[in-house]
Design a protein around this ligand. Structure first.
Ligand code: NAP
Length: 326
């Protein structure tokens, strides 16, 4: 597993990280034992960067990571998020309430100081007021957090965050189905030494190539209840694509790929071929997926021809169908 520097944090993070939303039972129930097996499979595969949030299972994901972390001699970097709990979202943001949320996260994670705390897709007016970023600066001075970053939905939000001098990282949607950050963001993150954390690298599993339009998902799974954005931003589920359209687009892409390439490897490798990216936090519902995804770090870069093919595919065939904006 290769590592990269995560922006101003200076952390050496694994190119492939582990997204831990599913450990909050948000994709259907995950047994306690299975959660520990998934985390350990990550570590054993060289993963040194884990992403969670206080709201994933109302603290369950953080608590599971915390319990596991306590058993480790050299714990990996653990990033969490703040800003979407019922106490804060959508209009309960105050310095005291955000601090309280972070203190609870630190307790669940079993740390005195959080490695990286990210604003969690807070409402646009809250983000653009700048207050929350200013509070994060203070929490960093106090030692409650070591670094802070932001997870955002839209590229204009990411661009705004880049102007903050202490922001260490940005978590964005970036994959074969969402390529605009290359032209709209990456020069700015480079100039400001901001680490890019990529979420939804597989467009909620579409880009594994395993899905069919008749697939059904657990009723607890956001891929069942948020397909059209009923519960939260539509872009967070299947990258904003209507599910059947997403499956059809994947099938079309499979036709274009040379026989030696499979869509999962191509999708992860395409992201890693952008040096601005520090880590990909792929989700995984079982240990075998973690191991499979970790191996992408050792694949060779894609050819220029492959990059040209994927760029044309995105702009000609995919972009127009993404809902929720970019
Ligand atoms: N607002 C935010 O800040 C925000 C929002 C969303 C996500 N995130 C973060 O991003 C992480 C990743 O997002 P995500 O899990 O939604 O999307 P993802 O990584 O694009 O997709 C993960 C899903 O793809 C399937 N998968 C993964 N690897 C596979 C493999 N090797 N073979 C077959 N199937 C595979 C699994 O589906 P099955 O379960 O069907 O097997 C898995 O649940 C989250 O865990 C979270 O940490 C943050």
């Amino acid at each position: 597993m290769k590592t990269r520097i995560l922006g101003k944090t200076g952390y050496q993070v694994s190119e492939i990280g582990l997204g831990c939303w599913q450990l909050g039972n948000n994709f259907g129930p995950v047994e306690e034992q299975e959660a520990q097996v998934i985390l350990q499979a990550g570590l054993d595969s060289g993963i040194r960067f884990f992403d969670t949030a206080d709201v994933y299972g109302s603290g369950i994901s953080e608590s599971r990571i915390g319990a596991w972390r306590r058993s480790l001699v050299t714990p990996p970097i653990i990033a969490t998020k703040v800003g979407r709990s019922a106490e804060l979202y959508p209009n309960g943001y105050s310095k005291a309430s955000v601090k309280q949320s972070l203190q609870s996260s630190a307790q669940r994670l079993g740390v005195e100081s959080i490695d990286l705390a990210q604003l969690h897709c807070v409402p646009r007016d809250v983000l653009f007021s700048g207050d929350m970023l200013a509070w994060m600066e203070d929490f960093k001075k106090e030692g409650l957090i070591k670094h802070f970053g932001a997870s955002v939905e839209m590229l204009d939000e990411a661009q705004f965050c880049c102007t903050h001098p202490e922001l260490a990282s940005l978590q964005i949607l970036f994959n074969v189905f969402r390529q605009d950050a290359v032209s709209e963001l990456f020069s700015q993150v480079e100039q400001n030494n901001i680490g890019v954390i990529v979420r939804l690298p597989l467009a909620s599993g579409l880009l594994t190539g395993k899905m069919t339009a008749s697939d059904q998902f657990d009723k607890q799974d956001h891929r069942s209840y948020n397909q059209d954005g009923a519960a939260f931003h539509v872009g967070e589920t299947f990258n904003g694509l209507p599910f059947a359209k997403g499956v059809a687009l994947v099938d079309a892409l499979k036709e274009k790929l040379p026989a030696e390439h499979n869509i999962l490897d191509v999708s992860l490798r395409w992201i890693l071929d952008h040096p601005q990216v520090s880590s990909i936090i792929a989700g995984a519902s079982r240990a075998s997926q973690v191991v499979r995804n970790a191996a992408a770090s050792d694949l060779p870069p894609l050819s220029d021809d492959m990059h040209a093919l994927l760029k044309a595919y995105y702009y000609d065939e995919v972009k127009a169908f993404i809902r929720g904006g970019i």
